[in-house]
Write a protein that binds this ligand. Structure first.
Ligand code: URA
Length: 427
């Protein structure tokens, strides 16, 4: 097989055969296909797509590039959630312990920030000592004993996706329906789960800008999962503004802990509970248990336990004010009076990224301290010169972030129509 032939065929809108895909992914995982050839192929796929047979072969090749966990010996339904990526999306942090506290098993393998979006692993690592690189045996033991574990892709779980994810992040090839669907589903199917809830983000801060595109992505992923014998439900949820008030790693952990304490922004609580209810439904448990376990402190206690079990400092869960803090905080002011009529949420994510909350290049480290704290959301009325948000920074990227924020926020004379948080359910 000549990789160049595959690139040319895909460039010319041809199809790749399943055995070509298997050979290619295996060779790439071994390091036998250079990144420049894979980048060219990814761009051809980005531009010309994949049909159902190619998508199935690509997903399975990524799934079997590593180990597929067998959690069959663990009692109870194994259910996970995955988001397609958004800005301020810290939902996994309160959701996983909440669902585990209700009796399900949550084996959660998460990712790092991708493009303008944040990643659960980067957020968790702002808790001093928290390890997301546990060996698979320990991950399985934790799921059995504590009901959950939150780790990153080990070298064993879908290693092809791990390499491709990092490459897509820096080659402009993220927002492709077949590449997102195969990336998410290969990782999730490798976790040994019985059921999966997908949070498919839609809007200016999502990889899918329109409800129609998001619906295609959701249907594609549900079909891939069901084709592999799993129960899968996808919710389409709004990403026309950041979720909650914080964007940036430690800032988002503080907000997640607020939710676990029964407080926090209404949209973060609503989405946490909505996703928890669907997970409980799929796992055969009582969906009403979600609200009880959040409000009586069981979910918070489970989060503290998991933080400690993964090497993190559990005291930070009770004293989130001690999480890493940026040395400087500056307001970003409204240029005029009026209603917040639109937010280019991708730009907001990029503003947080250039402050250091995300990566410009695959090997960059993130700064857990920096990010943005919103003072206003879509539809709010603001006076000229009032803070729209606060920039938490460490003297890196501030002018760039300000330019992006200036482009991102629109203030108008009339209040905008703000759509509901949960837009649709597929499956
Ligand atoms: N999340 C993933 O895991 N993969 C993608 O491609 C996009 C979001």
């Amino acid at each position: 097989m000549r990789v160049c032939d595959l690139i040319e065929r895909k460039r010319d809108r041809g199809r790749l055969a399943p055995d070509e895909i298997r050979t290619l992914i295996a060779a790439y995982t071994r390091g036998d296909v250079p990144a420049y050839q894979m980048s060219a192929l990814l761009m051809a796929i980005y531009l010309n797509g994949m049909d159902d047979a190619e998508l199935t072969a690509w997903t399975q090749a990524m799934l079997y590039s590593g180990k597929v966990l067998d959690l069959g010996h663990i009692q109870g339904a194994k259910v996970d959630k995955h988001s397609t990526g958004g800005v301020g999306d810290k939902i996994s942090l309160p959701l996983a312990p909440l669902v585990a506290a209700c009796g399900l098993k949550v084996p959660m393998v998460s990712g790092r920030g991708l493009g303008h979006t944040g990643g659960t692993l980067d957020k968790l690592e702002s808790i001093t000592g928290f390890r997301t690189d546990l060996p698979t045996e320990r991950f399985i033991e934790m799921v059995d004993q504590l009901g959950l574990s939150l780790i990153g892709q080990t070298a064993e779980i879908a290693p092809a996706d791990k390499k491709l994810y990092a490459l897509r992040d820096v080659t402009g090839t993220v927002s492709s329906i077949p590449l997102i669907a195969s990336s998410i589903m290969s990782k999730k199917m490798a976790e040994g789960i019985d059921a999966l809830v997908l949070d498919v983000k839609v809007g200016s801060g999502a990889f899918m800008r329109t409800v129609e595109e998001a619906r295609v992505l959701a249907r594609t992923m549900v079909a891939v999962g069901e084709g592999m014998g799993r129960r899968v439900v996808a919710l389409l949820t709004d990403m026309d503004q950041p979720l909650g008030l914080t964007c940036g790693n430690a800032l988002e952990v503080v907000e997640a802990i607020d939710i676990l304490r029964g407080g926090g922004p209404a949209d973060v609580r609503e989405l946490t509970l909505t996703l928890a209810r669907v997970m409980l439904e799929l796992g055969g448990a009582d969906p009403d248990e979600a609200e009880r376990a959040l409000d009586d402190g069981r979910a918070l206690a489970r989060f503290r336990t998991v933080v400690e079990a993964q090497g993190g400092d559990p005291h930070l869960v009770d004293h989130p004010e001690k999480l890493p803090k940026a040395p400087k905080i500056e307001p970003f002011l409204a240029p005029r009076a009026g209603y917040v009529s639109a937010i280019d949420t991708r730009m907001v994510g990029l503003a947080a990224l250039v402050l250091g909350a995300g990566r410009q290049q695959a090997e960059d480290a993130v700064d857990p301290r920096v990010g943005l704290v919103l003072a206003h959301r879509l539809g709010d009325y603001v006076e000229a010169g009032e803070p729209l948000l606060w920039i938490h920074h460490a003297d890196v990227g501030v002018d760039d972030a300000r330019r992006r924020l200036e482009a991102a926020w629109q203030i108008g004379d009339a209040p905008p129509a703000v759509r509901p948080l949960v837009l649709d359910r597929i499956g």
